[in-house]
Design a protein around this ligand. Sequence first.
Ligand SMILES: Cc1cc2nc3c(=O)[nH]c(=O)nc-3n(C[C@H](O)[C@H](O)[C@H](O)COP(=O)(O)OP(=O)(O)OC[C@H]3O[C@@H](n4cnc5c(N)ncnc54)[C@H](O)[C@@H]3O)c2cc1C
Length: 462
Amino acid sequence: MTATRYGAVAWRDTCGDDCAARPALAADTTVDVAILGGGFSGLWTAYWLLRADPALHVLVVEREFCGFGASGRNGGWCSPRYPVFVDDLAARFGADAARATIRAQSAMVDEIGTICAEEGIDAHYTPGGLLSVARTERQWAALHATYASYARLGLADDTCLIDADAARARIAVRGVLGGMVTTTGASLHPLRLVRGLARAVEARGGRIVEGTAVTRVRPGQPALLETTGGTVTARRAVVLAGEAYLSALPGWQRQLLPISSMIVATAPLDAATWAQIGWQGHESLSSGAYTKDYLTRTRDGRILFGSRGAPYLPGSRTPDAALADPALYQPIIAALHDWFPVLRDVPVSHGWGGYLGVPRDGMPTVHFDRTSGIGGAFGYTGRGVATAALAGRALAGLIAEARAFIPDLPMLRAPGPRWEIEPLRWIGVRYIQNAFARIDAADFRDGSVPFDAAFAKALAPI
Ligand SMILES: Cc1cc2nc3c(=O)[nH]c(=O)nc-3n(C[C@H](O)[C@H](O)[C@H](O)COP(=O)(O)OP(=O)(O)OC[C@H]3O[C@@H](n4cnc5c(N)ncnc54)[C@H](O)[C@@H]3O)c2cc1C
């Protein structure tokens, strides 16, 4: 059987280019807007800036290559689900703000498909919606509660609950008790989208340098980025779009918690195996496990199975090497086989992970402070494909003063509270990671609930 390539991102094999880095910055330069990070946040901000004002000089500074980070590694869910649950949004900001947020996120799912078509980006955009399945009584009760929350706010027009037979008729997952279908939502090839967006930014006159690390951010009039290739002076704005990796920048270590998520990919399945599994609708598939199972059917016929990742590292470090240990992936492969026993003899070709940024209060942030010249978009907690596009457009609107791009949403705010100092941060996060794994294990074992489940949930920001 083919050996699994641990630490290798399957998307890179099919992204349509070799991800070779563009030339690095070689001299000091002055631009209107300098953007740290060539992922979705940075590239969408650049794209919308250039749509708002084609005369702007926009420079994206990327340490590796566009799509190196979470944007080029994720599960490909272009989801209408916002990083913050709708009930929490309503409790914190009111029902109208919750409705406006979910509607804006849903509209962005469609808009990404439209832009891919307009810009000629073949990102394998497939509007198959979502299917969330329940595999325990607790998960089934949770799906009912989720549906009720959306319905209460008048947001369930595209959503319905289905019984076990109807769920199995869509996708033959073992042990399903029922499911929830949402017709809004798409799956896509995230790295193709990043690479295509980068080309679209360049086609509109933006400049991208790769292999260039930002070493320091200097607020002021003008704000500056110090980089390994020279100093970038930004007449109008510096944008911080490094998400989980921002924790390595001086002054930013406690703003976002870098948490990893990991994915395994099967080899492409043959027609007979697909016939047994179904999944003709290409839904983005998940369960209600606390450890967050998310599954995708790719255009080249693989199944991706993603789940929560490796233990949090003290000091908010984000080394790729920590995500290449084969042992980390064995529970995910076991879960894949538990969901689909028919896959036991199918090779798992890839296993990889990436880092996403979790804000202390769970809320994404889009901000621009004209006085310091610093702006940013980050904090999507694993739901960044559609949210980063929304955030990038809002941020471009704030910088370019394009009112039509600026939504009246709670994501527009100054950066939120900071995480605890170490080692408190490490102790708390490791406790929550362990507790969530124990909650799932007990749920599957006998439906019991660990004594500290409520405490662990209350402690977690999402
Ligand atoms: C395994 C995994 C699965 C996920 N699945 C999904 C999913 O299915 N659906 C969904 O909606 N979301 C998902 N997410 C979350 C989503 O991918 C992220 O929220 C989103 O991609 C964040 O985009 P970004 O541009 O803000 O950050 P990133 O994509 O991480 O980009 C940041 C970029 O900044 C660069 N950078 C960092 N520091 C510097 C520096 N000092 N100098 C220069 N450049 C720098 C990095 O190299 C990187 O390219 C997943 C995340 C992971 C890790």
